[in-house]
Design a protein around this ligand. Structure first.
Ligand code: TGC
Ligand code: FAD
Length: 395
């Protein structure tokens, strides 16, 4: 029996394995909605925002209106209750626009709303989550400290009990949304181990200072946070977790989304390199007609396809409750590396034109220099996988 298709079907060059057909109708709808938002609202302004070092805060109400903040949390807290694959697709389509927009949503959803949901009291959930889903309360997540982010167990920020309150001292570094945020989820050492606190921006002794002169994630706010005898009431301590597994549990959620995001950035770069190469005529033919450029474009498509399959599989495992942190590490490592390499190569295919933000690859490449460092550096994720294989901790 001949099972070959009768006619050759046209493939989508940016989805060669028709992964979209593996998505449910609802997942496709989420992807289309966010894709439209990115095309209509993000892409027209983002080059200029990057150039000016400005986060487009005016987009937050629409991001919230589309249900993209805390999208996986339940409806009883004003959230959309979507599945993990939908959250991944949200990240992918937003990062097709810019890593900074995806970062904003990752931090709000996975690093701030998730810990309040997973580790907070019912009162904290009701107080914060609906307002955060509406984008009226913005959060940031303070784990990294100036002396070294890869080893958060060695944190110096500490909280001491004082009557019914906690007194917080220390500093956090490289904090996304820091100066935008109304609340900070701050991880601090206590006599009972690491604990999480909801620090409100007007608490005396708390200060956020924006970090300028960045060459990466310029359309995102990054800050240092300082705590000088900040008095935090017991009602603002996250009661249901102690130890490093608290912040690491949040990172697993955010890193999962980050496996999807760079796929969007890579697709944007491949698309632009492909279109440019078809129009750029050198030596009497478009450079897309040379073997060297075709091999490079084909190799980008190959790597994107593998990343798409990896993230979809990871998302299905997450929706079945079977996803393990090591699997997330492997995909974060693979997919960010894939996107960074593709962005740099796409920049090269554009020649001199590739160095301006009129074209997307340089902006994505610069952004991905942060993405490969934050949420665990590439080395950290390689060592997590190595530890899984060998049983030996090489950190
Ligand atoms: P280790 O002994 O391995 O673990 C301590 C406890 O945590 C548990 N655990 C995890 N739980 C959930 N998810 C994970 N991924 C977990 N990894 C470990 C573990 O089971 C253990 O639990 P228990 O009950 O036995 O106590 O800890 P370690 O000190 O050896 O550290 C391991 C290491 C190096 C992997 C970890 O420290 C690490 O991941 N370092 C990197 C830090 C990092 O990623 N920081 C990110 C800061 S946030 C950020 O970058 C936001 S950018 C966002 C944006 O803008 O989009
Ligand atoms: P270090 O930990 O000092 O690492 C330096 C180098 O040493 C790296 O190459 C690393 O891979 C390597 N290294 C570390 N350990 C080993 C080892 N055992 N063996 C070999 N090599 C090793 N943090 C937050 O808490 N919240 C945020 O919202 C946040 N947002 C960020 C936004 C941006 C734009 C950036 C750039 C960072 C952000 N971070 C945030 C911080 C980020 O998580 C850290 O930068 C990251 O974890 C690495 O920490 P570090 O910069 O201190 O580098």
């Amino acid at each position: 029996m001949n099972l070959e298709p009768k006619t050759k079907l046209a493939l989508d060059p940016y989805d060669l394995y028709d992964i979209r057909s593996e998505l449910s109708e609802e997942e496709r709808m989420v992807q289309d909605t966010v894709a439209r938002f990115t095309d209509e609202k993000v892409l027209p302004i983002i080059g200029e925002c990057f150039d000016q070092g400005r986060f487009p805060r005016e987009l937050v109400p629409e991001i919230a209106g589309l249900g993209l903040l805390g999208s996986s949390l339940p409806a009883e807290y004003g959230c959309a209750g979507m599945n993990a694959v939908s959250y991944g697709l949200i990240c992918q389509e937003l990062e097709r626009g810019d890593s900074g927009i995806r970062s904003f949503v990752s931090v709000q959803s996975s690093l701030c709303m998730y810990p309040i949901f997973a580790y907070g009291s019912e009162e904290q959930r009701r107080r914060f989550l609906p307002a955060m889903a509406r984008g009226e309360v913005i959060g940031c997540f303070g784990l990294t400290e100036p002396h070294g982010g890869s080893d958060p167990a060695n944190m110096k920020t500490h909280a001491r009990r004082d009557g019914g309150d906690w007194v917080l001292n220390g500093a956090k570094m490289w904090i996304t949304n820091g100066n935008l945020a109304h609340i900070a989820i701050v991880w601090a050492m206590t006599d009972e181990g690491i604990q999480g606190f909801i620090v409100e921006k007007d608490m005396p002794g708390f200060a956020a200072q924006e970090i300028h002169r960045k060459m990466s994630l310029r359309a995102s706010v990054t800050s240092a946070l300082y705590f000088d005898n900040v008095r935090v009431p017991e009602a603002n301590r996250l009661p249901n977790v102690k130890g490093l597994k608290g912040p690491l549990g949040c990172l697993t959620q955010a890193r999962y989304g980050i496996t999807w995001g760079p796929i969007g950035a890579a697709i944007a770069c491949l698309r632009e390199a492909n279109e440019y190469a078809q129009q750029r005529v050198l030596f009497d033919r478009p450079i897309a007609g040379t073997q060297a450029v075709q091999i490079r474009l084909a190799d980008m498509a190959r790597r994107i396809t593998l990343a798409q399959l990896l993230s979809l599989r990871l998302g299905r495992l997450k929706d079945e409750g079977r996803m393990q942190p090591t699997q997330v590490s492997l995909a974060k490592w693979n997919n960010v590396r894939m996107a960074l390499d593709i962005a740099r190569e796409a920049r090269d295919i554009l020649g001199g034109a590739g160095i301006t933000v009129e074209h997307v690859p340089i902006r994505h490449a610069l952004n991905l220099e942060s993405v490969i460092t934050y949420e665990g550096t590439e080395t950290v994720h390689q060592l997590v996988v190595g530890r899984e294989l060998t049983g030996i901790n090489a950190f």
